[in-house]
Design a protein around this ligand. Structure first.
Ligand code: NDP
Length: 241
């Protein structure tokens, strides 16, 4: 049976790899984005995947956006909360705006989106919610108190909602990527990049496709016994208990 999936931030980077991988697996996929129309149009043309634009930090927009998607492709079976931003800075210099923007886009969004689909999943007795956290939510990262807090918050959310969904056939899991070779990372200073790679036991950055494979695994109908877990995909850089 073809499953209906929504991937937030699905038009670029890791999200694009997740969306295309789920399509490859037979899902009907909708990819959302915030404002980069050019990237979204290219993604749509390249992959024939529907794209929708709204701010996942805004509850009312998520409500309208999900209703529009479901009106077209039907009820949501799989939600991947992937959209995220960084606004780095040392804590003593961090503005309330820097803090708030990241919490809103990276953590509030997880509530805003999951809340739209969870009741329907309960009624139908099936659901997969997969939250893209980060190694920095597991271990903490200096210069990223906002991002580390949001990404750790996603893990707490995952563990709590997993317990609520379990008896209704809904699994809720997180994937915690390490450093992945996306545009965001590629834009980093060459020396910084080299020092990061040196900390990764497998000796390289991860690929977006590898994260797509993790999500596809957790989204599969056969993954029903895995819930509340955090799948670390970080090349051995941080081995969480
Ligand atoms: P990108 O910056 O390449 O892409 C982010 C996507 O999210 C874009 O589609 C963007 O839309 C969308 N987006 C951002 N903010 C919003 C918003 N408020 N509303 C709707 N859509 C939004 O990110 P990556 O692919 O690098 O990262 C994807 C996820 O993986 C993030 O959650 C990130 O924290 C996490 N991650 C990334 C790592 C990495 O090494 N890259 C490592 C660990 C975790 P638009 O194109 O319109 O801007």
């Amino acid at each position: 049976m073809a499953r209906n999936a929504i991937v937030t931030g699905g038009t670029r980077g890791i999200g694009a790899a997740i969306a295309t991988r789920l399509k490859q697996q037979g899902c009907i996929v909708a990819a959302t984005y915030a404002g980069n129309d050019e990237a979204a149009a290219k993604f749509k043309a390249d992959h024939d995947i529907a794209v929708y634009k709204w701010d996942v930090g805004d509850y009312a927009s998520c409500k309208d956006g999900v209703a529009e998607i479901e009106g077209t492709q039907g009820p949501t079976d799989i939600l991947v909360n992937n959209a995220g931003i960084t606004r780095d800075g040392f804590f003593h210099k961090m503005s309330p705006e820097q803090w708030g923007e990241v919490i809103r886009a990276d953590l509030d969004s997880v509530f805003n989106m999951s809340h739209q689909v969870f009741s329907g999943m309960r009624e139908r007795g099936f659901g997969r919610i997969i939250n893209i956290s980060s190694i920095n939510g597991q271990k903490g990262q200096m210069g990223q108190t906002n991002y580390s807090a949001a990404k750790a918050g996603m893990i707490g959310f995952t563990r709590a909602l997993a317990q609520e969904g379990a008896r209704k056939g809904i699994t809720v899991n997180a994937v915690a990527p390490g450093y992945i070779a996306t545009e965001m990372v590629a834009a980093m200073d060459e020396k910084v990049l080299q020092s990061i790679t040196a900390q990764v036991p497998v000796g390289r950055l991860g690929t977006a496709e590898e994260i797509g494979d993790c999500v596809a695994f957790l989204a599969d109908d056969n993954a029903g016994f895995i819930t509340g877990s955090v799948l670390s995909a970080n090349g051995g850089q941080y081995i969480a208990a």
